[in-house]
Design a protein around this ligand. Structure first.
Ligand code: DX5
Ligand code: ZN
Length: 239
C-alpha cells in the first residue's frame, strides 16, 4: 500500500528524528493553543522545545474532533520541530500517509484502534518515520508486550483521550513504572494528560521522559508565556 511513498517525493522534505533518549523532553500540545493565532502562539515556545504534539481526533475513536493533515501542512514550513502526531482515530493506517505527506515526523497510533498492531507497525515503518504506540488508561500495560520492542516510543495516556485540561489519573504512576521496565534505553516513554510541574516531577521519577503538556503550557496563566511554563516544568523534574 505504501510502496509508492518513497518514490513519489513524499520525503522530499526533511524528516526529523525523535530526540535521542536520555533527556527529558516537553512536547507542547497545540490542543490548548489559541487557534486564532496558532503560528504566533507556537512561536512563543518553539525555541524552548524539540517536539510539538499534534492531537488528531476523529469523533469516533474519541468523542471529539480536532484537526486534519491540512493544519499540519500549513504549520510545517514554519517550525523545525519534531511533529509528534498522536492519532486518536479509528483507522490510523488509512490516514497516516496523509499526515506524513503533510509533515508529520512521528506517528503514534492507539493499540485499541487496530486489530493487528504488529502489522500496523510494519506499515507505518514503510513511511520512514518514528513510530509510537499508545494505550488508554483502561488498557492493561501487558497488552503492549507482543509489540513493545518494535516501536520507538510508548505513549501512556494519563487521562482518557479526547479532551485537554483533565486531571492526571494517579494510577498512571504504577503503570508508568511497569511500562518503563519493558523498554530499552533507546526507547522513549511518553505521558499525556494532566501534566503540570507537580505531576511532571512524579511521573518522570516513575520513568517517563517525554511529557505532553497542553493546558500546562498554552493555557492560563501561562498563555502569553508558554516558554516560561516549559522551564518551570523542566525545573520541577530536576528539583
Ligand atoms: C488528550 C490529548 C492530550 C491533551 C493533553 O486526549 O491527547 O495531548 O492535549 O492536554 P492537557 O495537558 O491539558 O491535559
Ligand atoms: Zn495527545
Amino acid at each position: 500500500m505504501f510502496d509508492f511513498l518513497s518514490s513519489n517525493g513524499y520525503h522530499a522534505q526533511i524528516m526529523r528524528k525523535l530526540p535521542t533518549s536520555g533527556t527529558i523532553e516537553i512536547a507542547p500540545s497545540i490542543l490548548s493553543a489559541d487557534f486564532s493565532r496558532l503560528k504566533e502562539h507556537i512561536d512563543l515556545v518553539a525555541k524552548s522545545v524539540k517536539m510539538l504534539h499534534l492531537d488528531i481526533m476523529d469523533g469516533h475513536f474519541v468523542p471529539n474532533i480536532t484537526i486534519g493533515p491540512i493544519v499540519v501542512k500549513w504549520l510545517r514550513p514554519h517550525f523545525d520541530l519534531f511533529f509528534d502526531t498522536h492519532l486518536m482515530i479509528s483507522d490510523p493506517i488509512k490516514y497516516a500517509p496523509e499526515f506524513v505527506k503533510a509533515g508529520s515526523d512521528g506517528i503514534t497510533f492507539h493499540l485499541e484502534a487496530v486489530s493487528d498492531p504488529a502489522a500496523t507497525i510494519r506499515q507505518l515503518r514503510q513511511l520512514d518515520i518514528s513510530v509510537g504506540v499508545s494505550i488508554k488508561p483502561g488498557t492493561t500495560v501487558q497488552a503492549l508486550e507482543p509489540i513493545v520492542a518494535d516501536v520507538d516510543m510508548v505513549l501512556l495516556m494519563t487521562v482518557e483521550p479526547g479532551f485537554g485540561g483533565q486531571s492526571f489519573i494517579p494510577e498512571s504512576l504504577d503503570r508508568c513504572k511497569n511500562v518503563k521496565k519493558m523498554l530499552r534505553d533507546d526507547q522513549r516513554l511518553q505521558v499525556d494528560g494532566g501534566i503540570y510541574p507537580d505531576t511532571a516531577k512524579i511521573i518522570t521519577q516513575a520513568g517517563a521522559d517525554t511529557l505532553v503538556v497542553g493546558n500546562g503550557v498554552f493555557g492560563q496563566p501561562n498563555r502569553d508565556n508558554p516558554a516560561a511554563a516549559v522551564n518551570h516544568i523542566l525545573n520541577a523534574c530536576i528539583s
